[in-house]
Design a protein around this ligand. Structure first.
Ligand SMILES: Nc1ncnc2c1ncn2[C@@H]1O[C@H](COP(=O)(O)OP(=O)(O)OP(=O)(O)O)[C@@H](O)[C@H]1O
Ligand SMILES: [Mg+2]
Length: 252
């Protein structure tokens, strides 16, 4: 972590019709930092990521990436910003018509044909990083288990070696051992390669392992953030209820 802000969200609001999802999100992520966002289903965690990526346009506020506001950008400028990001989508979002190796290298080739032998090698290297065997290079995503698909999607997100990676539920649907392989991978991306990481998760063990800092989204705002070792000792009744998974408490 070198302390410079990599991503700064300032008073970001986003509504869909009358559904006010984000109501003034403020969050700063420093270069080389790993932050986890927690919060209930439907609170706008994925929408937050999509706003930073420029896939959704906020109604209000600023989102600075390396000091420049991406919310008012378009065209080539936005493309240049987007090249800094890798993204693991919640559902995986693999291309079923393409074999695994073409999926993994998609961010590098942008769908264009490139030196196939080299791309297969790049794919194999990235599959190895997520704990998958190169035997699956020629299979289609539909021929893999759900957990394997998730890891192929992860290999695709890291293959272009982006500066910033977003992980939307990286361990959901994985068995506990494989989930921990992914946790270790995220830690090594951050510690060894200096990647800035933003992870959405419902998995508190994962949040505590991978994140330097945890932020909780509730009713459209970040209501608490703090170092990971304060997650179970936040002094915040909303966070307490959430991390302990209690049905009764201030969260309806
Ligand atoms: N493109 C869209 N058009 C209309 N409404 C949307 C759109 N995207 C998201 N929403 C709404 O925004 C709210 C937040 O959705 P979001 O996907 O961010 O939730 P989430 O916090 O990621 O939940 P989960 O933990 O279940 O993934 C939901 O009410 C959803 O219906
Ligand atoms: Mg989501």
């Amino acid at each position: 972590m070198n302390g410079d802000p990599k991503i700064e969200m300032r008073d970001v609001a986003k509504a869909f019709g009358t559904n006010e999802v984000l109501r003034g999100v403020n969050l700063t992520i420093h270069s080389g930092e790993s932050v986890a966002i927690i919060g209930g289903s439907g609170t706008g965690k994925s929408v937050t990521l999509k706003c930073i990526l420029g896939l959704l346009q906020p109604d209000r506020g600023e989102i600075l990436v390396d000091g420049v506001d991406v919310t008012r950008m378009g065209g080539r400028e936005l493309e240049k910003q987007r090249a800094k990001f890798g993204m693991l989508f919640q559902g995986g979002a693999l291309f079923d018509s393409l074999p695994v190796w073409r999926n993994v290298t998609f961010g590098i080739t942008q769908g264009r044909a490139r030196d196939a032998a080299r791309m297969r090698k790049v794919a194999a290297e990235n599959l190895e990083r997520v704990g998958l065997d190169s035997k699956i290079l020629n299979l289609r995503p539909s021929e893999l288990s759900g957990g394997m698909q998730k890891r192929v999607a992860l290999a695709r997100a890291i293959a272009p070696r982006p500066e910033i990676i977003f992980f939307d539920e990286p361990t959901t649907g994985l068995d506990p051992i494989r989930a921990d392989v992914i946790n270790d991978l995220i830690v090594s991306l951050v510690e060894d390669l200096g990647v800035t990481a933003l992870t959405i998760t419902h998995d508190m063990a994962s949040a505590r392992k991978i994140a330097h800092r945890v932020a909780m989204l509730y009713e459209g705002r970040i209501i608490w953030h703090g170092p990971r070792d304060r997650l179970y000792d936040s002094g915040n009744p909303y966070v307490d209820q959430f991390v302990q998974g209690r049905a009764d408490g201030p969260i309806r």
